[in-house]
Structure formats: structure tokens, C-alpha cells
Design a protein around this ligand. Sequence first.
Ligand code: FES
Length: 482
Amino acid sequence: MGTAKADENFSFIFNTRAIRARPGDTIAAAMFRSGIRIFTRSFKNHRPRGLFCMTGKCPNCLMNVDGVPNVRVCTAQARPGMEVKYQNAFPSLDFDLLAAVQKFSWLMPVGWYYKTFTRRGVWTAVEPWIRKAAGLAEPPPTIDRIADRFPHYEHVNVHAGVAVVGGGPAGLSTALDAAADNASVTLIDNQPALGGRLRYTPSEEANLPELVGRIQAQDNIEVLSLSNCFGLYEGNLLGVFRPRTTPDTTEQLIHVRAKRVIVATGVYEAPLLFENNDLVGVMLSSAVERLIGLHGIAPGRRAALIGGGATAERLASRLREAGIEVAATVPLGQVVGATGSGSVNGLQTKDSRIACDLIVVCGHLVPDAGLLHQTGAKLKWDEAKGAFLAGELPANVTAVGDVEQRQPKSRQHHGQRLRDLYSGGCRPAGVSRESRSPHSRRRESGLPRRTRRESRQVRLGPQDDVFRNGPGGARQNRLERD
Ligand code: FES
């Protein structure tokens, strides 16, 4: 395994090919820059799949990384010398013989194998072949071989007064508020740098460098970056997975126990339904913005946008700035489907066909409420947002920012974006009122600002002293390695 200086380009291996990567690149971004467009093949019909969400929310970029199967390479950081391999294609991703299955897909409805191979002995004979053709990846090596390859895994315990999940504008301002109340704060973010969408979407509503500077200046805020919070369990226990990010580090399973958990996971963009929406070259608008804003990559030459209103306008000017021609902006109601075999070559609307090699989908925004659902909060369908939302939360769990559902402005925001898809008027996600600090909300509601003493009593309570930092700030958070 090689090493590279923080500001130097480096290489890793994709099958037998060397891929150049820039510091801060994800594996997928480096591969995309090198001209790779097909990342996986679909599970059954082996249709080609390209980058679609860039946030780890779809199955389009699963690959084997250093022997670990099914890693989403759009969120995995590139490291010098790493070995990346594609899965479920033969003999190559670009030319997959199993794609011939598509021709016979009409013969193979769901569960056809159970209904077809019913004769005694036949199923036993064909099952291994069907499993081999349908599987997504080789099984991981045995435990012994994993231990040889990755000798060190760490199990870490962190104790904090307040754990904030999400490093976007709402998470940052909430962490600062909690730190101002002298709480020991653990801020968990799955990105390599703080800021959420502000990192790749220019905004005048928040000053990201200033916010991040204030976070770094706080001794009692500990930031766990590149850390995926996958579970919120009884007793405010958070399960966090931190992957290996440099040759010198190890994978970590971090147990964060906090007196209060604040969920600021924001929203994610949902795909839209139209024919051939899985072709290579159909991408969510947030994925396109990430490629342009974070990695300096233009994902196409000529684009068609599905959406409307201010979001589509802003995106169109962003694409033009990146050197991409914008052929048309089409409301979803006018879309018939994408055209092309394998990758996009056009967008068919009710009136005409638009030639393009990139279709940017302005999907509606859905609260990323997975952690809230795990608290036992009942799910309720919200017609306006087109999503299941969590109801009442336990006493020590709070939601802030766009993931919070009970704030009227948030409701308007999501509903507006969903309606605009059809009527031609998407709005960009902004820093909503609920993402401002509790003190600002209190000021706006006419209530006097709480004194620090009141805040301590109301928000954490005197019994929380055991979780509060003393004069050493976050450095006094207990960090135990098993
Ligand atoms: S999960 Fe990687 S592109 Fe969607």
C-alpha cells in the first residue's frame, strides 16, 4: 500500500487499470473522471448502471474494494494503492454476456425459476447456476483470511452530553448552541468535511467557512467525520461505522452514548418514474452538483433537465458554467421517457425528442428520517411531502433542520418542490427557519433568551453533569478502545 501527501494526486487500481485520483476524491469520482461510465450491472437483466445519486442511496455503484464486497464507491474515499474490482459482469462491465438475458426477460417473470424447475432433481442441478448468474458479488473471504488482510479492527466507546448526527447547516448551528451551554458535543457526519449541501451548492443564507471555523474553535465539540451513523438504539446508543480512510487507519465500530441525541440528517432527493430512468446518464440533480462542485467534473456535454422553477433555473446556469449545454427544461408531466441503449442519447417528451447525453432529474426531497423511525416513532404518510414521516419522538431525541417534520415552513418547502415538478417550479433547498438555533427561534417567538443557567436546567438537567465536559472540553470525552 502506498502513501501520498495530502495535496498530491495518486493512483489506485481498478481491475488491471491504474486510475489517477485527486485528494478528496471518492473512488467513483476518480473513475468517472477517467472516463468510466458503467459501474455495475443490474441484478437480474444485467442492464448497465452508472452513477445516479452520489450519496450512497442506490445500488448503482457497488464494487469490491480491497476484498470487501458491495462497497458503494460513490461515498468511499479513494486511497493510494487500493484495489477496486467490478462485480457481477462477465467478461467485462462494458461488454457483459449475461446482458443477453434482457432479450428473454418476457420469459422470466418474478419467481419463474420456482415455477419452472419443479421436476425432481432439476432444481438441484440448475440452482447453483442461477445463483451464480444472479449474485451481486463473490462472498467475502473467510474470517481467517480477513484477519490476515486487515489485522486491526477497533471498537471504540464515546460518551457525550449531546450527540448531533449530521454536519449540514442545521447540525452545525445546533452543535454550536449545545457547546455554548457547556455540553460536551459529539458531531457525527458521514462526509469528509463539514457543511452538508453548502459544500457543493453555493448559498447566501449561511457562511460555511465561518460556521466551520466556530466549530473548530470549540474545545468541547468533537467531530467524527466520514462516520456513518447506522442505528439509534434504546438508551440513546448510537451505532457508528467509520471506514478505513488511510493505509494507517483501521475500520472502527463506534458506540456513542449520549444524554441527548439531535438528528439533523436533512433530506435526500428521490428518483422520478419515467421509462428508462435507469439508463447510464440519468442522474439526480444533487449528484450532478456534487460532481461539479466537489470534484470539478462535468458529467455530460448536452443536458436535458426534468423539473422546473427556480431550482431548474439555478441548475441550468450551474451546468452552463461547467461547460455543459442545456438543451431543454421539461416538467415531469411532459416526459415520456429516456432513449438510448445502455446510455442516454435523448429525452422523449410528448411533443418532441431532445438529443442529449445527460438527463438531470430534479427529484422531490424526502426527509432522511431513518434514525427517527428507529426510536419507535410511528410513521405517518404525508401527502404533501410524498413521504412517511416519524411522529412523536422520545424525550431525549430531537430532530432539527429539514428532517424535522412539524415545522410549517419545512412542510411548505417539501410540498412546494413536489408540486413544482409537475407544474414547473422547483425551489432550491434553503436554510429553513427550523434549522436556525433554538435561541433565534426563541427570539423570533418573542421569548427572552434563556440564561445559561436556565438553559442547562431545561435542556440537559443537573443530572447530566456526568456527561458534561469539565475544563478540558471534548478532550475529556471518555474514549475507550476495546
Ligand atoms: S449509491 Fe453510489 S451512485 Fe447511488
